[in-house]
Design a protein around this ligand. Structure first.
Ligand code: SF4
Ligand code: SF4
Length: 171
């Protein structure tokens, strides 16, 4: 029943109008409580199906909130792979696109990400940073092990909101 309610909203496009964000904000404390003492094994088993279910309703090309507002970390292998693809020296790639953040990680100089097109497509999709490929962690243990990250992501990523709502309904 709960799945039908969430699905209906997402299929009807409610999530595109960001109405879900108000609900996510209202549910913040519930999500936080749930993530404090999750039944990890049980949840991990459920995640692959919930992840697929979320992305059967949500098209990232209609969203791109992550790429528009936040930066992935560009780790050394990411920098090597992407600069090679762009036929740039690594130092030139870094100087052109990246800066060091307060944690000492390379991130984009400014958002939206310079590799995001106006059609919300990533121009380096096949070789994008590992953080981008893994985001929003809805099919991995980061979702329950890094509660702070999940709570932040639930405020802007509809897929995280969707999975958290389903987990609360299933518990
Ligand atoms: S991962 Fe989440 S925030 Fe990023 S584009 Fe997809 S739905 Fe939007
Ligand atoms: S590299 Fe691509 S997927 Fe990653 S933030 Fe930039 S546009 Fe988005």
């Amino acid at each position: 029943m709960e799945e039908e309610v969430i699905s209906a909203a997402f299929v009807s496009g409610e999530w595109k109008d960001k109405q879900w964000q108000k609900k996510a904000a209202d549910r913040y404390k519930q999500y936080a409580r749930f993530l404090q003492r999750p039944e990890k094994k049980k949840i991990l088993k459920q995640l692959p199906e919930l992840h697929d279910e979320a992305f059967s309703h949500i098209d990232c090309l209609n969203c791109a909130a992550c790429c528009k507002n936040y930066s992935p970390r560009f780790k050394t292998p990411d920098i090597k792979r992407i600069s090679k693809h762009l036929k740039l020296k690594e130092s030139v790639f870094i100087d052109t696109y990246l800066r060091l953040d307060e944690d000492g990680d390379y991130v984009v100089k400014q958002t939206p990400c310079p590799f995001l097109g106006t059609d919300n497509r990533c121009s380096i999709y096949n070789i994008r940073p590992s953080d981008c490929a893994r985001f929003p962690y809805t099919d991995e243990d980061v979702l329950i092990n890094r509660a702070g990250i999940t709570l932040k992501n639930s405020s802007f990523c509809p897929a995280v909101f969707y999975v958290m709502e389903r987990l609360l309904a299933l518990k």
